[in-house]
Design a binder for this molecule. Structure first.
Ligand code: FAD
Length: 820
């Protein structure tokens, strides 16, 4: 009985201490007291020995001098041996940006107040006026079909409107003549421009993202800023940025383009400068750019500017007029015609002050780029993903409720409801995660790890949305023409997947690879200490960090296990629907943190090459990050009840994705013992996370099949003026009209059912219904007009052959003969 009683006190007591993870000394005292009780009572000697072992082990970790000698010193020398040296490039990527919500997830116990108290993403009056004025006008002016199909160029009047109205200067401060918009406002501008097609979106998006403007703002000399920024803001200059070359894409640090410091002639004078040899490709806006941001390796073999021979990647500004610059030819990217092309220079000479930031920034180009990318990557492509998903959800929810088969709207079929609900849920996740992260930029953060999460996940979710939209629209989306509001999204989505870090690489290397070091509470410090001088001060510092790290790991292990048993931690009283999800994310953060630690500990430097494991660890982090953003976004609506099915779908989906990634991680983990420990700690009694249910999918479809604030919010921000060039807005209007006419349709259906009206449809039915007085003349007219509007939506474009053949056939024949 006494033995049982002692165990009853010991087990929960030790678990409670381990749960906190930061008070090892308490464990020593507690286990010591139990040892004494066991020794001086009738308890079993086995128990006394067990308690004594626990006391000794915990003492080893709680007394600094013992821990330092027997744990930290051997550990430090082991880490020194296994830790690969960090290259300068990797160090720069690690240093870029700041830690935000990613750090909270890594902590294993996120502090929700930090996220939930963040500002709501909003624009100010001036930004709203720009959205309502020039942005609307630009959308109105742009005929996306003609631009993309007939012309393959952006007409001069549109380029002029963009330049004259300051679209290229959204990030430039007012003192240089720019608009100085918030990051949230920039995203809203790009969102609204979506119906103009990719060409105009990139014309506006790229100069406001990574490029000369941002590089100058952050690193330019005062002279460079004073000269170039006003010219960029007022449209005198169109910028582009050239990094990629044929042999260096994802691995951009291996560019072979060079700049050699030498004397040369510039504007008639002999000056110190750089001779450039480069070959770039895929450069957006290059065909019309007047100012080229160029990345190359700077070399100074004759020591003209210092003692360094190879400075490394450097960024400079090259005017289009520079002698020898080959520019103007175009690539033809998939989907929308957008301005992109190659760029070459063979022995071009530019003065030394072309380097952005001047001579002192020689060789710092990569640092400049990754720093800018840590912010820019969170804006442009996540917003492009929001564009794709919102347009797909709006158009498909309208179409699926207008198109009927077997006398039933296709939105009613379960098979259609699945992708339709998925589209709505993914749209919510994209919108929530992108705009909340963009808001964090306006709050002063530089969310580098979240930006990698968004780059990969938002573009992949957008790709899924457009595939679903294609499937549901079927032939309507396959047949191209001015009335097709889906096909161009489908064709263009690979661009978003490829640029700013191709997706496979981003998922497999970047998200966890960068996060494990940058967002983990202890790893970076431990790595820095492992690379520091080998002395007592280093050991003392390492011992302190390691002891916190061990407490953190023990805490995460215990919390995962306890929560996995069904005991939730501290209760969260935010919202009845959401509270269980807050608890789930708390629990799974502990699981993720434990998985990250065990992976790093058991695989060490090898983890870097286990790309699939790294990708799954990244997925664990990403799904929790995205789910947190969904909760914050829902909170910003005041936990609106109407949109709850969409929010619940999003959360269920993300937690299920977490489960899949976790199961794949443990199934493929090389060390089976570690996999077993991880699995047992995380899911001791099962209670795994399952996919959104069929019933929930139906509820989601109900929300987006009606005219309500939730559907409006989910698809908000698009240009929705009703005009010929906006087929999406037209489809949506016909859908909204159909909802208003539902009561009349019901009357007709009831009359058919009762035998008052025959079983006919279309105009024939309306004629009899009018004749028999079931509906009046005005109602018959309304319904007749609506039926023809619906047919307009269901119909697809057709063309005369002469409209489709861009090179007249006779000319083509002549050309072919010549070749033959
Ligand atoms: C339309 C368009 C516009 C662009 N605009 C610009 C621009 O304005 N300026 C500019 O400088 N560049 C631009 N780019 C270049 C773009 O950034 C590169 O295309 C991108 O970096 C990928 O390089 P790559 O195409 O050579 O692919 P590669 O580097 O050849 O990659 C091929 C595949 O291998 C994967 N991969 C590579 N390394 C790894 C790894 N270690 N682990 C796992 N997978 C890996 C990649 O994810 C990818 O799937 C643009 C590209 C396109 C297509």
């Amino acid at each position: 009985m006494l033995n049982f009683l002692l165990l009853l006190i010991a087990i929960p007591g030790l678990i409670a201490i381990a749960y906190r993870g930061d008070k090892v000394m308490f464990a020593s005292l507690f286990a010591g007291a139990l040892t004494l009780i066991a020794l001086f009572s009738d308890a079993s000697i086995v128990l006394a020995i067990l308690f004594a072992i626990i006391t000794a082990t915990t003492l080893l970790f709680s007394i600094p001098s013992i821990r330092s000698k027997f744990v930290s010193a051997p550990m430090l020398s082991m880490v020194r041996k296994i830790l690969p040296p960090i290259s300068e490039t990797e160090q720069e990527a690690i240093d870029a940006g700041t830690v935000w919500w990613d750090g909270e997830i890594f902590s294993g116990k996120p502090q929700w107040k930090k996220l939930l108290s963040a500002a709501k993403p909003e624009v100010n009056a001036e930004e709203q006026a720009f959205l309502d004025g020039p942005v609307n006008e630009l959308s109105r002016m742009s005929d996306a079909w003609k631009i993309n199909h007939d012309w393959s160029i952006i007409p001069d009047n549109i380029v002029k409107y963009v330049l004259d109205n300051g679209f290229l200067g959204m990030i430039i401060p007012k003192k240089y003549g720019g608009l100085e918009f918030s990051a949230v406002a920039q995203a809203k501008v790009l969102l609204k421009l979506s119906n103009t097609g990719s060409g105009i979106s990139y014309l506006v998006g790229v100069p406001n993202s990574l490029g000369p403007g941002e590089l100058l703002l952050k690193y330019g000399t005062e002279e460079q800023k004073d000269y170039y920024l006003p010219r960029l803001a007022n449209g005198q200059e169109i910028p582009c940025f050239a990094l990629t070359s044929p042999t260096a894409g994802s691995d951009a640090t291996s560019i072979s383009d060079t700049g050699v410091v030498c004397m040369g002639k510039y504007e008639g004078k002999e000056v110190l400068g750089i001779k450039l040899n480069f070959s770039k490709r895929y450069i957006t806006l290059a065909p019309i750019a007047t100012l080229i941001g160029l990345a190359f390796r700077l070399q100074d073999p004759d020591g003209l500017i210092g003692e360094t021979e190879d400075y490394g990647i450097t960024c400079a500004l090259i005017p289009r007029s520079t002698k020898g610059l080959e520019i103007g030819r175009r690539h033809l990217p998939i989907g929308d015609a957008f301005l992109n092309g190659p760029l070459k220079g063979d022995g071009i000479f530019v003065p030394l002050d072309s380097i952005i930031g001047g001579q002192e920034m020689a060789g710092k180009g990569w640092r400049m780029l990754v720093n800018c990318l840590s912010v820019g990557r969170a804006v442009t492509l996540p917003t492009t993903s929001a564009v794709i998903s919102k347009r797909c959800t709006l158009g498909t929810s309208a179409y699926a409720n207008l198109r009927s088969q077997f006398g039933v709207n296709i939105a009613q079929f379960e098979g259609v409801q699945k992708p339709l609900a998925r589209m709505a849920g993914l749209t919510y996740i994209i919108e929530a995660s992108s705009i909340q992260t963009i808001q964090s930029i306006d709050d002063g953060k530089k969310p580098s790890v979240p930006s990698a999460i968004l780059k990969y996940h938002c573009t992949e979710m957008a790709r899924q949305c457009v595939i679903d939209a294609m499937d549901i629209h079927a032939g309507k989306a396959v047949i191209k023409g001015p009335g097709n509001y889906i096909a161009s999204l489908y064709e263009s989505v690979p661009v978003a997947i490829t640029v700013e870090g191709a997706n496979i690489l981003t998922r497999n290397l970047m998200i966890f690879g960068q996060g494990a070091i940058r967002s983990h509470p202890y790893v970076l410090e431990e790595m820095e200490l492992a690379h520091a001088e080998d002395n007592q001060a280093t050991l003392t510092a390492f011992d302190k960090t390691l002891s916190s790290h061990i407490g953190y790991s023990v805490g995460n292990f215990t919390r995962s296990f306890v929560h996995g048993l069904g005991f939730s931690g501290s209760s969260i009283n935010e919202n009845r629907n959401c509270d269980p999800y807050y608890s789930d994310i708390n629990r799974l953060s502990g699981v993720f943190a434990l998985a990250a630690d065990l992976s790093m500990l058991s695989l060490g430097a090898k983890l870097k090459f286990k790309e699939n494991l790294s990708a799954r660890l990244g997925d664990l982090l990403s799904t929790l990050y995205l789910a947190s953003m969904v909760l914050k976004h829902h909170k910003d609506t005041g936990y609106n009840e109407e949109e709850w099915p969409i929010v619940q779908w999003s959360l269920d989906h993300l937690l299920h994705e977490f489960q899949i990634a976790f199961d794949e991680l443990t199934a493929n983990f090389p060390n089976r013992a570690v996999a077993f420990v991880l699995n047992t700690a995380a899911f001791p009694i099962g209670n795994r996370f399952i996919a959104p249910s069929d019933n929930l999918e139906k509820d989601v479809v109900d929300v987006i099949s009606n005219d309500n604030a939730s559907r409006e919010r989910l698809t908000a921000g698009l240009y929705m003026e009703l005009e010929e060039l906006n087929p999406l807005a037209i489809a949506n209007q016909v859908f909204l009209d159909s909802l208003k006419l539902k009561p009349l349709q019901k009357i007709l259906k009831a009359a058919i059912k009762s035998g008052t009206l025959p079983k006919v449809s279309g105009q024939a039915l309306l004629d009899v219904a009018l004749e028999k007085g079931v509906i009046d003349k005005e109602q018959a007219l309304q319904l007749s007009q609506h039926n023809s509007n619906v047919m307009e939506i269901i119909n697809v474009d057709d063309f005369d052959e002469s409209e489709l053949i861009r090179v007249p056939f006779k000319k083509l024949k002549a050309k072919l003969k010549k070749v033959g």
